[in-house]
Ligand binder design. Structure first.
Ligand code: NAD
Length: 467
């Protein structure tokens, strides 16, 4: 028997199938989890379709009230949700707690948005209005690095706009999401939100389903391309938030001692398993040695362990596949660069890799060119900032990037030249619900968050009246 249930049509139901969820810190089975069959996926879509007309007709004030109620419930159950998140995802309990409260904050933010009718022309001959209408059933597909907050990039704007949803978390991190489904079951009318799980076998079905009008997807670029192909036959709307290989560029006027802690955090938070983690660090030659030493010191001092243990700063990698991938990139980096901190896998259960700094490595090495999505940072020497920007841009990805300098004008000019959806100056990876977020190039299509993110869950409808 599982403590967890799917939510389909307002009812908590067992999965037709089950699967094990593993705790990445111990490699032990954490829970038996329901796994939906294709019939259950179809039932969830049918429930969302049936619930759509009434939800779309519900006054926006009521829909906002529901989002606020969900935020309250998340906060009231923060301790339980955070513990589950740590156990299934691996992140330290403090970070998990932050993710849970962040999730509530994202729900609350969307209660403040509206979708007013925009008058485009109101003249003697005509009145032209732009309305925002909901799309219908939305499929929300979420990865394993931030199961709750990435779900909250999608669910609140979709609901606010009057859509209904089928939410599918990643197979290795479904538990906190299912628990949330159970907690909010009675806040929304039956079928407005449905939670199903899979073993990586239902994402394609959901994407191809003729009754789903949009897929909002966060995950890898390779899967994103499959979503795009799968959505084509039914001309679904898609928003794709995909992988990245964010570069940070540190100029020669930066003090390594001051900047290193922040740079380290930008690269290693959530063990580097962040789409917008700093994944390549370009440092000017005049401060290169000192910066490498500072980063190595911080990496050596970081406490790696089970996220439930007090003091843990970095947990395990989330799953074996990712663990193996990062180990492979690390082994390759040992041939092309010099490991000055970490580089080892502790001899214990759990998918742990010590935070690793690799210096004397450059573009062309796999660790620099590929998305490592783990706690291994290449630090690359450069002499000309323009050249560093060109190297940062010479990537198929374009999610985020950052420039670090005490001279804001200089930093700004370089920031303008970076080809990415977000560029930060003297920080990296800051997201907020009111700041639109999206990738360029192979990092994605479309925007999440902010008013622009809300608009993506709507159909623009023009009413044009002759006078
Ligand atoms: P993934 O692509 O393997 O899986 C993501 C989700 O897609 C999972 O729920 C999975 O079950 C589902 N899926 C698998 N096959 C599918 C298919 N054929 N059709 C539809 N859905 C399918 O990604 P992951 O390994 O879980 O996550 C890591 C990746 O996600 C990294 O590349 C990371 O950069 C990216 N990411 C991007 C953002 C962003 O906002 N841009 C945020 C977080 C993570």
């Amino acid at each position: 028997m599982s403590d967890f249930k799917l939510l389909i049509g307002g009812k908590l139901v067992a999965g037709d199938l089950t699967m094990d969820v593993v705790n990445p810190a111990t490699e032990e089975v954490l829970a038996k989890c329901p796994r939906a069959s294709k019939a259950q996926l179809n039932a969830a879509v049918a429930a969302a379709k049936a619930a759509f007309p009434a939800w779309a007709a519900t006054p926006i004030a009521e829909r906002k009230k529901a989002l606020g109620a969900i935020a309250d419930i998340i906060e009231a159950n923060a301790a339980e949700l955070a513990r589950l998140l740590t156990q299934e995802q691996g992140k330290p309990i403090g970070d998990a707690t932050g993710e849970v409260y962040g999730t509530a904050a994202f729900f609350r933010y969307f209660t403040m948005l509206d979708m007013p009718v925009k008058v485009i022309d109101d003249s003697e001959n005509r009145r032209v209005e732009a309305h925002r209408k909901p799309l219908g059933v939305i499929g929300a597909i979420v990865p394993w690095n931030f199961p709750l907050i990435l779900m909250a990039f999608k669910v609140p704007p979709a609901l606010l706009a009057g859509n209904t949803l089928v939410v599918k978390p990643a197979p290795t991190t479904p538990l906190a999401t299912l628990k949330l489904g159970e907690l909010i079951k009675d806040v929304l009318p039956a079928g407005v939100i449905n939670f199903i799980t899979d073993a990586n076998d239902l994402g394609g079905e959901l994407t191809a389903h003729p009754d789903v009008r949009k897929i909002s997807f966060t995950g890898s670029t390779a899967t994103g391309a499959k979503v795009m192909a799968g959505a084509a036959a039914t001309l679904k709307r898609i928003t794709l938030e995909l992988g990245g290989n964010d570069a940070g560029i540190v100029l020669d006027d930066v003090d390594p001692k001051t900047a290193a802690p922040q740079l380290f955090q930008s690269a290693f938070q959530n063990n580097g398993q962040v789409c917008i983690a700093m994944k390549r660090l370009y440092v000017h030659e005049s401060i290169y040695d000192e910066m490498c030493d500072e980063l190595a010191k911080i990496a050596d001092a970081a406490i790696v362990g089970n996220g439930l243990e007090q003091g843990t700063q970095l947990g395990p990698l989330q799953n074996r596949m990712q663990f193996d991938k990062v180990k492979e990139l690390l082994d390759d980096a040992k041939k092309t660069g010099k490991v000055i901190a970490g580089g080892t896998v502790p001899d214990q259960a759990g998918f742990f890799i010590k935070p690793t700094i690799v210096r004397d490595i450059t573009d062309g090495a796999r660790l620099v060119d590929e998305e490592q999505f783990g706690p291994v940072l290449p630090v690359i020497k450069y002499s000309d900032p323009e050249d560093a920007v060109a190297r940062a841009n010479a990537s198929p990805y374009g999610l985020g990037g950052s420039i670090w300098s005490t001279d804001l004008d200089r930093a700004y000019k370089l920031a303008e030249k970076m080809e990415s959806g977000s560029v930060w100056v003297n920080k990296h990876a800051e997201l907020a619900p009111n700041i639109p977020f999206g990738g360029s190039k192979m990092s994605g299509i479309g925007t999440e968050l902010g008013e622009e993110g809300l608009a993506e869950f709507t159909q623009l409808k023009i009413i044009n009246i002759a006078r």
